[in-house]
Design a protein around this ligand. Structure first.
Ligand code: ADP
Length: 536
């Protein structure tokens, strides 16, 4: 069992059981007291349940009074200064109970007469089911030893949380059960272990009370912790113990009723009880399993809901991150175009035509920024999606638009951009395809020396367009190629700024168009980026 996780006991149940235990202790005192009074004032009705049943002996009655007192005291809150006194008093009373049982047993075992049986009250010889007058039954004596010891070690616990008191009182419970069933089915051997004196019926009842009083005194400890735990196991155990035990006893009583009413004989009663008990237990187990099954289903549903909520939270934070990255990275180039175009207009005072051209660039770049934000949102959301919304577009026109936007940078670095495709290159694409061109072209420019050449073409095959961007720049080492399309995989190139996101975006967009992207070395130095995009 995992000690780190403990399902605690239900506080209401614990309090309720403790109260019951205190009540049971009072019942013991009262029950024993009444029988003692019966002996002192010689009232037969108080000594035994009927003239044909054996009486509860005065010593047994005293045993119950003492055990009740010890149990009640053990649960009675006193101030710190009186605590030690109370504990010693409880111990003393418990030892008296044990002594009472042990001396009686010794009398049976060694056939002594220690005079204790007639000490409190005298019983005339010849009482019902009593061989030694005034002596309690041997099984009662055993029970008192067990009850006394159980109360004595009520709070004793080993390192695994086991409590000896609970095992001792369980033995009492076993003897009580035997006696009860014995009385019910007239099996004398069950309540008449000594062959000398029988355990009286109300003695059996008071031992049953002692049994519950001890178990309920510490309801959240040892074995009882599981019974009172707020777990599914605790709940089903409580159901099985209460409904099971009481149901079976009720069944026994009912089957016995038929014998009393002379409907059937004892053999029939026994068969009836066995069959009834089997059916009852099976139905009980079935209902219990159904309940547990329902609980398991609820837990599974809860787990699934939790996993879904966690995934949702993770994916939404992942999407946010992704969105931010895309915006940060891709906004840079159109923002750069706007900035440099505006700077040229302001500083160089160009002629009217050039001024218009720069203003047009500013507007298209601003449009691009807006488009980008829109598309970035879609892209971020569709990162795990199968496809992007598409519309018919001319790839050659897209390429020229992108090239126009890069004009300023091209001029700045004196790069000669050669756009080879002639005529339309129609395809069913998402507008984000312009980011493929933008990233590949700006990379080609970024990673080429000033004055270099960049060549772009869009070649047609039967079903797709093959775009290539060829530069005569710094080139890419073979070792770096496999990871280049992974987000944030940058290969440091001196003086060139970047976020390492561009090629990842290219790859993702191309993938979402069911295309592919790869790099080859330019045999004349530099690199060639290939993108294959289906026409439809
Ligand atoms: P960024 O350019 O922002 O660093 P990219 O994802 O666009 O991010 O590129 C990833 C890496 O690939 C770059 O850091 C660079 O080292 C390399 N790279 C991309 N394009 C080229 C190119 N045309 N020539 C040489 N190296 C390139």
């Amino acid at each position: 069992m995992n000690d780190a996780v403990v399902i605690s006991s239900s506080p209401r149940l614990v309090e309720g059981l403790k109260a019951l235990s205190r009540l049971a202790a009072l019942v013991l005192i009262l029950g024993g007291g009444i029988v003692l009074a019966g002996w002192w004032f010689d009232i037969p009705a108080l000594k035994s349940v009927s003239a044909t049943y054996s009486s509860m002996k005065a010593n047994a009655a005293l045993g119950f009074v003492l055990s009740g007192l010890a149990l009640w005291l053990a649960q009675f809150e006193v101030g710190a200064e009186a605590e030690a006194f109370k504990r010693n008093l409880v111990r003393l009373i418990c030892w008296l109970v044990v002594l009472l049982g042990a001396l009686t047993l010794a009398e049976y075992f060694f056939q002594w007469d220690l005079g204790i049986d007639q000490l409190l009250c005298r019983e005339a010889p010849g009482a019902v089911d009593t061989l030694s007058p005034g002596r309690m039954a041997a099984n009662s004596a055993v029970c008192f030893c067990l009850v006394g010891l159980a109360i004595l070690c009520l709070d004793l616990e080993d390192k695994n949380g086991r409590r000896p008191a609970q095992y001792l009182i369980m033995a009492v419970g076993f003897i009580v059960l035997l006696s009860l069933v014995g009385y019910l089915f007239h099996v004398e051997a069950f309540y008449d272990l000594s062959k000398y004196s029988k355990m009286a019926l109300h003695t059996v009842a008071l031992f049953a009370v002692s049994f519950f009083a001890v178990l309920f005194a510490r309801p959240d400890r040892g074995l009882m912790a599981l019974v009172t735990s707020e777990s599914g196991a605790g709940e089903s155990l409580r159901r099985l113990l209460t409904v099971g035990c009481f149901g079976l006893l009720l069944l026994a009583l009912l089957s016995e009723l038929g014998v009393w009413l002379d409907y059937y004989d004892e053999a029939f009663r026994s068969s009836l009880f066995v069959v009834g008990a089997i059916i009852y237990v099976l139905v009980l187990l079935w209902l219990n399993a159904t309940q547990l099954y329902r609980r398991d289903v609820e837990h599974l549903q809860l787990d699934a809901a939790l996993v879904a909520a966690r995934d949702e939270a993770q994916s939404s934070s992942h999407l946010k991150e992704l969105l931010l990255d895309i915006l940060r990275h891709d906004l840079m180039s159109p923002a750069g175009v706007i900035k440099s175009s505006a700077a040229i207009v302001m500083m160089k005072e160009p002629d009217e035509a050039a001024r218009k051209e720069f203003l047009r660039l500013i507007v298209t770049s601003a449009d691009h920024i807006i488009d980008l934000i829109e598309n970035a949102k879609i892209y971020a959301r569709l990162e795990n999606a199968e496809s992007l919304p598409r519309e018919r577009a001319d790839l050659n026109e897209v390429l020229h638009q992108v090239a126009d936007e890069l004009n300023v940078v091209l001029l700045e670095h004196k790069i000669r951009l050669e756009l080879l495709p002639q005529g339309e290159r129609p395809a069913l694409v998402n507008q984000m395809v312009r980011d493929v061109f933008a990233n590949l072209l700006s990379n080609a420019i970024k990673y080429s020396p000033d004055g270099a050449r960049v060549e772009v073409n869009i070649l047609g095959t039967e079903r797709s367009w093959l775009i290539y961007v060829k530069d005569w720049g710094v080139g890419i080492a073979d070792a770096d190629k496999p990871t280049l399309f992974t987000r944030f995989k940058r290969v440091e190139k001196q003086g060139v700024k970047g976020t390492g996101l561009g090629l990842a975006i290219v790859k993702r967009i191309v993938e979402l168009h069911a295309g592919r992207v790869w790099i080859e070395n330019n045999p004349e130095g530099g690199s060639i980026f290939y993108v294959e995009i289906p026409k439809e």
